[in-house]
Design a binder for this molecule. Structure first.
Ligand code: HPA
Length: 308
């Protein structure tokens, strides 16, 4: 049974939601058409916006949450699992809520937390909220995460721009159901998975930001030292358990992607043993610094979109 969170009701208009019985039928399963479900959830979001259409969608991974406090005023907030087809995260430290934030540079939609493959979800579920969000308006997506670093020069607390990725999950969110646009949308170009334009916008906010290649593993186990040697050899500077499927889905939906990792630890084999609690602790400590930076970047991205 999926629990509803009732404490996140927006103050004014109640969030459109489904009664529990109907919801259970609509949660994604192997037989659902993920694109149709995402489209229904997009309509639900558009209803919530009530004309306040965001241009940017931000996914906050571990450590990046503080950004919310610096972006602007929250005008709507609701639990992610109240969206048609969506499920909540089961990971400690990953609260799953969605906020519409009114900033000086227009509205931004923010998902606090995400669902991961390693929670037992299929790729369509992992990207469901993102597909719904893009279908509701935003064509700029900012994906943030916590990551291990394979680079001895970039230690815990360092924010790194994602220049490209290695999808080592062996999975794709585009696997299966034929997309609604037909054969033309069966394949997607990943040459510029991460937008050069958005990388430039981020560098305008902080010229000292460096770039890395993010290798997405399935998890939930941390990598072995041998896997890290492999990842480094094939070009990875960052390793994590999220983001790559979301980037694929975002590109498939026609959005531009900016990716930001917060290094929470040196990758396996480079220093001591790894523990999720250490990752969460380092992420929380570093968040005070990278949160305001992300808020600045998100507003700049939104401003650029709104002036187009
Ligand atoms: N590996 C995978 N995922 C991670 C790591 C790591 O070292 N750190 C934070 N998320």
């Amino acid at each position: 049974m999926i629990q509803h969170t009732t404490s996140l009701e927006p103050a004014g208009r109640p969030t459109p939601r489904l009664d529990t019985d109907r919801r259970e039928v609509q949660v994604l399963n192997m037989d659902s058409d993920p694109y149709q479900l995402a489209s229904k959830a997009s309509d639900q979001l558009i209803d919530i916006y009530d004309g306040r259409i965001p241009s940017t969608f931000v996914v906050l991974g571990s450590g990046w949450d503080v950004a919310i406090e610096h972006m602007g005023t929250t005008v709507e907030e609701f639990s992610a699992d109240t969206l048609i087809g969506a499920i909540g995260s089961t990971v400690p430290g990953h609260s799953s809520s969605i906020r519409l934030i009114d900033t000086e540079d227009g509205h931004i939609l923010v998902a606090r937390g995400r669902v991961h493959l390693y929670e037992g979800h299929d790729p369509s579920q992992v990207v469901h909220v993102l597909r719904a969000a893009i279908g509701s308006g935003p064509k700029n997506v900012i994906l943030t995460n916590a990551a291990g670093s394979t680079d001895p020069e970039r230690g815990p607390g360092t924010p790194v721009l994602i220049a490209d990725h290695l999808n080592l999950t062996g999975l794709s969110p585009m696997w299966g159901t034929i997309p609604p646009d037909g054969a033309a949308a069966r394949f997607v170009d990943m040459t510029e998975a991460y937008s050069q334009r958005l990388l430039n916008v981020a560098r305008e906010a902080d010229a000292t930001l460096t770039e890395g290649v993010y290798a997405g593993f399935h998890g939930p186990e941390f990598e072995t030292p041998a896997e890290i040697t492999m990842a480094k050899t094939i070009g990875a500077t960052l390793v994590g358990m999220s983001t790559v499927l979301e980037t694929i889905a975002a590109r498939h939906c026609g959005a531009e992607v900016l990716g930001l990792s917060l290094v929470t630890n040196f990758a396996a084999g480079m220093s001591g043993p790894l523990a999720h609690s250490d990752v969460v602790e380092t992420a929380a400590r570093s968040g005070q610094i990278v949160g305001p930076l992300l808020a600045d970047i998100a507003r700049r991205v939104n401003r650029a979109a709104d002036s187009n």
